[in-house]
Design a protein around this ligand. Structure first.
Ligand SMILES: Nc1ncnc2c1ncn2[C@@H]1O[C@H](COP(=O)(O)OP(=O)(O)OP(=O)(O)O)[C@@H](O)[C@H]1O
Ligand SMILES: [Mg+2]
Length: 363
């Protein structure tokens, strides 16, 4: 197993920069998830760690050793792809043992490695089958098995579950998590699915436009997103945003730091917030609140019209218009099924997020 250090790593394809300087230290045994929208550079970063893509500048170290110029096969890293990339003419057992056979590993050693991995992944009854006689989930397990038998220093996963249906994805997600708890191998997992990121990661690396936006535990990103991008990306349905101005009222001044500050919305309503030290009075700000934190109340400070009611079974998503802009609530209260045509809402202060003019979190 290994630590992985990524230092000032940049990547350009010809004149086009794709990664703008990534710094990341991954601890031995850590499960890191790279998450972000399509095209943000996740696969490129992963492929550079694997050695499948050249590093334009900066340094990648595995267990402290610079690997920039090392061939993929000498990095001792296993990669699991979305496409599985199994050999169609080989049995499951042969697919799994392929890399060990290439390395001329002893027959008994191969048999025991394949046997152990197959048992771990529930593949024992399938070892003699060809990939085409397997379901998507079973193929995905073979691809993982093939990675496990090598006992690599680290695992790299590039959207390994995106070809599977929702139920199977959920199941495989739990299996990957159990596998990691068992093997404790350093893992980097790429996905654009924020639920996968939240559920699997020790730490999430949120990327956008070739730039790392925030690194932290899943709940750090959920509770204290560093900027509007992370706030909007993590959580489903996504965070609501309202434009406003930061105001400080004179009468609140003497009564403690959190008194007397608010965000004035376009209709003049002032939403009370904790006082911020790093925003000037009257500065333009964005107020954020997650759909699950909005409270419906007859005495709520804002009125919204109900556009659409979506029951999910578990809860209800209300699509509202607030000041003419879309706004969502998620609630477990089934009374919401008959909400409308208007509701009043409140924003509990402890759940409010404030972002400055540049979109950075204001504290
Ligand atoms: N070989 C290449 N030549 C030129 N541009 C490339 C090449 N490979 C990737 N890119 C560009 O680099 C950017 C990042 O691509 P990358 O595949 O890393 O994105 P990603 O975050 O993995 O996206 P997705 O979620 O769609 O897989 C994209 O804009 C892509 O078009
Ligand atoms: Mg990709």
């Amino acid at each position: 197993m290994a630590s992985i250090d990524i230092e000032s790593v940049r990547k350009s394809y010809g004149p086009f920069p794709v990664l703008h300087g990534v710094d990341l230290t991954i601890k031995d045994g850590e499960f890191i998830v790279l998450v972000g929208p399509s095209g943000c550079g996740k696969s490129t970063l992963l492929r550079m760690i694997a050695g499948l893509e050249e590093v334009t500048s900066g340094e990648i170290r595995i267990s402290g050793n610079r690997v920039n110029d090392l061939a993929p096969k000498d990095r001792d890293i296993a990669m699991v792809f979305q496409s599985y990339a199994l050999y169609p003419h080989m049995s499951v057992a042969d697919n799994m043992s392929y890399s060990l056979r290439l390395r001329k590993t002893a027959k008994e050693k191969i048999a025991s490695a394949v046997g152990a991995a197959a048992t771990k992944l529930g593949l024992d009854p399938l070892l003699e089958r060809r990939p085409k006689a397997l379901s998507g989930g079973q193929r995905q397990r073979v691809a993982m098995g093939r990675a496990i038998v090598r006992q690599p220093k680290a695992f790299l996963f590039d959207e390994p579950l995106s070809n599977l249906d929702a139920r199977l994805r959920e199941q495989m997600r739990a299996e990957i998590k159990k596998l990691h708890a068992d093997l404790k191998a350093t893992s980097i997992y790429v996905t654009h699915d924020q639920i996968e990121a939240m559920t699997l990661a020790d730490r999430i690396v949120a990327m956008h436009g070739g730039i790392v936006q925030q690194v932290g535990s899943p709940l750090e990103l959920y509770d204290t997103p560093a900027n509007l991008f992370v706030a909007g990306f993590i959580g489903s349905p996504g965070m609501n945003f309202l434009e406003g101005r930061y105001v400080v009222s004179a009468e609140g001044d003497g009564k403690g730091a959190s008194e007397g500050a608010g965000i004035r919305l376009s209709d003049g309503t002032v939403v009370p917030v904790a006082r911020r030290t790093d925003i000037q009075p009257d500065a333009a700000v964005t107020l954020g609140i997650r759909p699950e934190h909005v409270v419906i109340s007859d005495t709520g400070m804002l009125e919204a019209s109900v556009d659409l009611v979506e029951p999910t079974g578990f809860g209800i998503i209300l699509h509202l218009s607030l000041h003419g802009l879309p706004f969502k609530i998620f609630t477990l209260d089934r009374d919401a099924l008959s909400a409308g045509p208007k509701v009043r809402v409140d924003f509990p202060r402890k759940y409010l997020h404030v972002f400055d003019e540049k979109g950075d979190r204001a504290d």
